[in-house]
Design a protein around this ligand. Structure first.
Ligand code: SF4
Length: 374
């Protein structure tokens, strides 16, 4: 893998729009680190990897067999796409403009930024474009009307399709309660988005742009190397330590509490990223950190073929199905997907069938509340 994603050419990409808005110096630092050969690509997390697999399959380029969860997510995604496109077309013909289509913003002939459209549709006379972006994870995402990434995609599309009179952008989120979020840009708003992007790119290209740490740092490639993020993340421990030594430890509330919590949340990904970098270092240079070494990972027994396991268990006298099942845990999502496969039902129809079959043995569990930033 090269350090710079070939398609992006090392230029600002719409996927980093939110990060760049919060931290004007972010792109410069990433560029410097790349030039110095310090940015080693990190393997995607399992959730991000699964998201990539779903995106590829959605674009019609399946890379590998989908898990039951991924297949179910893809199914919902395709239905959401159909629903939104049908509504957007208003009964008039439309065609697919592209899938996984990367557009470039140019100054003269030079590309200066880019962004990828997951899928886009187009209508002519007047030219209208629909851009849909899938978010398969459940994390917080700004709604379409205030989403920086979508606004930059509008800007890129406006420059590339100068005849466009209206662009609709939409988020499709198969795994959260609010599955769609749409926003319409009229022609004037499209050109405002384009002007804003040019201005922003000029702003981040100025020398010594400030780096402003915050909870967005967790998405920044430069996080392990950023002195401002390190300082920001280490403040809470100093503050708390001071209070403990004075015997006056009390959690601040109000704005002071919000600030402290933001710093604590920023510290967590920094610690995780630095720890994993140290692990990688020890794997290559076992003597690099006196007092630390890599212990071999634990070996854990696992059974992947449950049917074969039951057939084996069934040979044991006195070991009945109830005893066997007491050692298993059913995933409702996977069970519903399996029911869909067996019955050929999908969507609402499948939900209803699942409820008919398993309703009496299904109960709702409420997980612990999670922190969410407004
Ligand atoms: S880690 Fe945070 S402060 Fe540092 S460059 Fe990235 S976004 Fe900016």
């Amino acid at each position: 893998m090269t350090q710079i994603d070939d398609e992006r050419l090392g230029l600002p990409s719409a996927s980093g729009a939110r990060l760049r808005r919060h931290c004007l110096g972010q792109h410069q630092l990433v560029t410097e680190l790349r030039k110095a050969g310090k940015l080693v690509p990190e393997p995607p997390s399992p959730a991000a990897k699964s998201g990539n697999v779903i995106h590829s399959a959605w674009a019609g380029n399946p890379e590998e067999e989908l898990s039951v969860f991924e297949a179910s997510t893809l199914d919902i995604l395709q239905r959401l796409e159909k629903m939104v496109v049908t509504d957007w077309c208003q009964g008039l013909p439309c065609e697919v403009l592209g899938r996984e289509l990367r557009l470039y913003l140019r100054k003269g002939i030079m590309p200066i930024a880019s962004g990828a459209l997951d899928v886009a549709y187009i209508q002519y006379e007047p030219m209208r474009i629909l851009i849909l972006d899938a978010k398969t994870l459940t994390g917080q995402v700004d709604p379409a009307h205030s989403n920086d990434q979508l606004r930059e995609l509008v800007a890129l599309t406006t420059q590339n399709y100068s005849e466009v009179s209206e662009i609709t952008v939409g988020l499709l989120r198969p795994n959260v309660a609010e599955r769609t979020s749409l926003s319409v840009y009229d022609q004037l708003e499209c050109h405002v988005a384009l002007a804003m992007l040019f201005k922003h790119l000029e702003e981040i290209a100025l020398p010594n742009r400030p780096r402003t740490p915050g909870d967005w740092c967790r998405y920044c490639q430069a996080l392990p190397f950023c002195p401002q993020a390190h300082a920001y993340a280490s403040e809470p421990s100093m503050e708390l330590g001071l209070q403990i030594s004075k015997g006056t430890l009390a959690l601040p509330i109000g704005h002071a509490g919000t600030e402290l919590l933001s710093k604590l949340l920023a510290a967590r990904p920094l610690i995780e990223r630095l720890t994993s970098m140290y692990k990688a270092l020890l794997a290559q240079e076992p003597d690099a950190l006196p007092g630390y070494h890599l212990r071999p990972g634990k070996q854990v027994r696992e059974i992947t073929d449950i049917l074969a396991a039951w057939e084996a268990a069934n040979q044991v006298e006195g070991f009945d199905l109830a005893a066997f099942l007491s050692a298993t845990k059913l995933s409702v999502t996977k069970l519903e997907a399996a029911l869909g496969k067996a019955t050929g039902r999908r969507g609402r129809d499948l939900r209803q069938t699942f409820s008919d079959v398993f309703g009496e043995v299904t109960q709702m569990r409420t997980d612990a509340p999670e922190l969410e930033r407004e």
